[in-house]
Design a protein around this ligand. Structure first.
Ligand SMILES: O=C(O)C[C@H]1C=CC(=O)O1
Length: 95
């Protein structure tokens, strides 16, 4: 199942810079891990914002939730999920 996911990150302004750097490092490590597993095939930065837009490819809603909530930045993100279905006019879906 494909999901369009938008993550908006909001870190506390008074967060210790070392804690922030460690969180961002751990987030990148986990993001790369999930991409290598194939469950996070697309990841883009939203220009001018501490936000990203991604495509996740996972078997179920529950697994998507488990992957998203495993991200170190989870408690600092607002996450919007849109489940995707095949469009009948998609060239790739034509017989
Ligand atoms: O930076 C972000 O948009 C948040 C998050 C998503 C991937 C990653 O490495 O960090």
């Amino acid at each position: 199942m494909l999901f369009h996911v938008r993550m908006d990150v909001s870190l506390p302004h008074d967060m210790d810079p070392n804690d922030r750097a460690e969180l961002v490092r751990a987030e990148k490590e986990r993001a790369l891990e999930l991409q290598k597993l194939g469950v996070w095939p697309h990841l883009w930065r939203v220009v001018g914002q501490y936000s990203d837009i991604s495509i996740f490819d996972v078997p179920s809603n529950d697994e998507l939730h488990a992957f998203l909530s495993s991200l170190p930045l989870w408690e600092y993100m607002r996450v919007q999920v849109t489940p995707l279905a095949t469009h009948p006019s998609d060239l790739a879906a034509q017989p």
